[in-house]
Design a protein around this ligand. Structure first.
Ligand SMILES: Nc1ncnc2c1ncn2[C@@H]1O[C@H](COP(=O)(O)OP(=O)(O)OP(=O)(O)O)[C@@H](O)[C@H]1O
Ligand SMILES: [Mg+2]
Length: 327
């Protein structure tokens, strides 16, 4: 596997804020590489440096063998970027948006038109080709944005939180389009704060928090790293949840390894604990279980174990979303 993106000791400061604090990472050619982290982790800063839009304070980054600081023009020729906020011109139609980009890239008019038509078809936008982008739904806009970054057929595609704010069906559509691009050989650098997204798409994941890499590997590596297993316990009667929590507490790996929700308790159990023991203790208390299961930890639980806090996505929920839409 050739390395397509190589980053070493990348540092970026904004006044007193250290947005990137010595990031190292290597992405293989033709893979999806994901930068996973909560709000403010440094994801967009990393993307902007790798796009040559921002110069790092220290460290270096190579894209396709070119140095982002010393050979920015060569880097720019290789990349397509879909930013965190939509970049399409609202007052142009979908087709006009794509045609305009083709013209800016120096394509002949007939070539630019053909490319626009092809991309509209690939991204399921043919019917809306002549409608103003302003009238597009969120999912259509993201697809147009993605199409816009692909006009020049870049071998590298950067996607900065491509599915934030989309409904589940649109997210799945976009995921399958991204998979299609990768199977055609595109190298994708994807930032996300959705663990399931990284889990679904990424070959390699680098987890960053406060500008530092806190874990790296495949999604399976990350899950293994935290190790152990998780017991999921859901009583028939939600009123039994507190007692279930009390019964399960002694089985937890440590104090933070238990989560009590409205209807169920999830515990990352200590090594050597058997599910049978847990079942017997619950039975002793006379609690009827709807579900009692042993499973590998989800990426959510991995994140909790590594960082000591849940992802902002789960912490802020609605607030994060409204903030995003209004900015
Ligand atoms: N131009 C800037 N001037 C000052 N501070 C900045 C600037 N850009 C980013 N920062 C700060 O750097 C840190 C990292 O920001 P960055 O935008 O890279 O995070 P992110 O991971 O993309 O977050 P989000 O998920 O919210 O998009 C934050 O503390 C942010 O406030
Ligand atoms: Mg960002």
């Amino acid at each position: 596997m050739t390395s397509a993106i190589e980053v070493e000791g990348l540092v970026k400061r904004f006044g007193k804020v250290t947005a990137l604090d010595g990031i190292d990472m290597v992405a293989g050619e033709g893979t999806v590489f994901s930068l996973l982290g909560p709000n403010g982790a440094g994801k967009t800063t990393a993307i902007r440096i790798l796009s040559t839009l921002l110069v790092p304070d220290a460290g270096r980054a190579l894209v396709g063998g070119y140095d982002v600081v010393r050979q920015p023009k060569s880097v720019r020729r290789l990349i397509g970027l879909t930013g965190q906020y939509a970049a399409v011109d609202e007052l142009l139609s979908g087709k006009e948006n794509l045609y305009m980009i083709g013209s800016l890239l120096g394509m002949r008019a007939s070539v630019a038109r053909a490319r626009a038509t092809q991309l509209l078809e690939d991204f399921d936008l043919s019917e809306a080709a002549h409608k103003l982008a302003r009238t597009y739904s969120g999912g259509m806009r993201r697809r147009l944005d993605l199409a816009a970054s692909l006009v020049g057929r870049p071998p590298f595609l950067y996607l900065d939180e491509p599915t934030t704010g989309l409904d589940p069906a649109s997210r799945r559509d976009l995921w399958s389009m991204i998979r299609g691009l990768v199977s055609d050989g595109t190298t994708v650098l994807l930032t996300t704060q959705y663990l399931d997204e990284a889990d679904q798409l990424a070959d390699e994941i680098v987890v960053i928090d406060h500008g530092k890499v806190i874990a790296a590997g495949t999604s399976k590596d990350l899950k293994m790293r935290v190790g152990g297993q998780v017991v999921f316990a859901q009583p028939v009667d939600p009123r039994d949840v507190p007692t279930t929590g009390r019964v399960l507490e002694p089985f937890a790996r440590d104090d933070d390894a238990i989560r009590i929700d409205a209807e169920a308790v999830t515990v990352s159990i200590a090594d050597g604990v058997q599910l049978g023991q847990v079942a017997r203790r619950l039975d002793d208390e006379g609690i009827q279980m709807d579900e009692l299961a042993l499973r590998r930890p989800s990426l959510d639980e991995v994140f909790l174990a590594i960082t000591g806090h849940v992802t902002e996505e789960n912490e802020l929920d609605v607030d994060a979303d409204t903030e995003r839409r209004s900015s």
